[in-house]
Design a protein around this ligand. Sequence first.
Ligand code: AGP
Length: 612
Amino acid sequence: MCGIVGYIGKRESLPVLLEGLKRLEYRGYDSAGVAVINKENEIISFKKAGKVKELENEFDKDQLTGNIGIGHTRWATHGEPNDRNAHPHFDEGSNIFLVHNGIIENYLSIKKKLLQEGFTFSTDTDTEILTNLVEFHFRHTNDFEVAVRLALTEVEGTYGIACICKAEADKIIVARMGSPLMFGVGIDETIVSSDAAAIVNYTKNVIYLEDGEFAVIRKGGFQLKTIRDENIIREAQTIEYDLAEIEKGGYEHFMLKEICEQPESIQNTFRGRINFDTGFVKLGGIEPVREKLLSAKRFIITACGTAWHAGLVGEYMFERYCRVPTEVEYASEFRYRQPIIDKDDVVFIISQSGETADSLAALKEAKRLGATTVGVVNVVGSSIAREVDAGTYIHAGPEIGVASTKAFTSQLMSLALLTLMIAQSKGTIRDSELKEILSELKVLPDKMNQIIEKQKEFEFVAEEFKDSRNFLYLGRGFNFPVALEGALKLKEISYIHAEGYPAAEMKHGPIALIDENMPVVFIAPKDSTYDKIISNIEEIKARKGKIITIANEGDEDIRRYSDYVLHVPRTAPIFAPILNSIPLQFLSYFMAVARGCNVDQPRNLAKSVTVE
Ligand code: AGP
């Protein structure tokens, strides 16, 4: 899950490449590199371990002038993050320069063949093998396009690549198999990128590459083809967001900005999709499979990470209000488990990026087995959005912080809208319940704002616990997955070990972890599980655990059992996970900041996991 950029056109390519790499850095930040074709048709390249700003210190910009170039920001898969393994990779003769996002699975057998052909290698990467394979074919065909095509027919695995050639210094060739790749068609310029963030500043007209396609891009235009050399005509699509949406807007971190944007992003998720008088829900993107949804024998939700947690909440929603048996699957397990699926099953794929490799593969497996597939996706035009039978965009807007926040609450809202649409059509929800839910939905953004205004309280508690080594998060019912999500947020940005559990599970083992050094967060809204959760709190208190409770406004009683109480407004059970998540997002954010962690780009992580 690296970031690839390329530029060919009227401007100096280097500034465009560097700006693009900085915008794509949330995809991977182990190393960065660029290669530019200068006026003498020489290719000049620099690469460096670390962030793009470290790369910029490596050279004097005047050394890299030219209108054609490629760049890369890396998330290491093969070969440790260092200068040698950084991209671009090139062959011994410095003819082919190539950047790659993905994994070449048969790189060792290709390397063996190339070694016999006298090729030499100086890195530990699969990408260097691909680069030399292109050079191998170039030596035999003297044709850059043919060489790339032949090389790509030989490799197995996933790739998004951009490459340039000294011998044919007037073009960039890009290709895709499994990893996202697109290019923006501007006036006298074309910008290649792994996602729209590096393009939106120059043009909103983009061409998405599909699997098995490549494009030859020259100053005057481009040719889109399949790897089997068939020409493709494709309309450009329009990027829906502005540059401002991918800027920090005065916030210290993207994560803080995105947490504070949630009252607005949640409105964008339900705006125009629900009639507050009748409760009628209209999800245009779902219409093609509406009958399949209403007659389904089983729902299966599959996803990864935070999206998987949203899926767990969806299971509670679908079973409680739609009365459809629902299962939630880790996409990485589902795709290999030979699941029993049939045509009466509907498989929901939840993904913020729409590019997560395991979720995309789970989707393809569900389709192969005959299920109807429905996407719940944020990134418009992403691979999962283009592959599903039908879907609903969550409209959370661009999410740059690696730790997902506003996408999670908008995923929950989209699942709630799907639930209401299905339950209404099936008549499985009582009018009184629907009325309560609609009236709560109207005021939900305000209630989210009320929580966001309490930042100082969350910061205070975070300061108290910033040096903790472990944390436990406990919840019941709809809020058990919220406990899992709270623990994940803390792990991924503050590097504190944390686990989430159904509160009643503690007695079956984890309670052995409890002592005066173990902070335990309880999600304890005043719902049907309240009395049970109070007993669970007492079990932990009896063993001197430090207790932080997320409780409803007005619940002062709970102070007797808690060391710290963070109040959130009360709402309908179906929306409680949305409100209860926000204090947990802030707790993890403020603890990470207090520990000096890089909140937006946590170590070892990347925003979109496009490799297995
Ligand atoms: C969440 O904060 C993480 N970034 C990660 O768990 C993420 O949810 C997971 O990789 C799934 O990503 P997706 O929603 O883009 O498919």
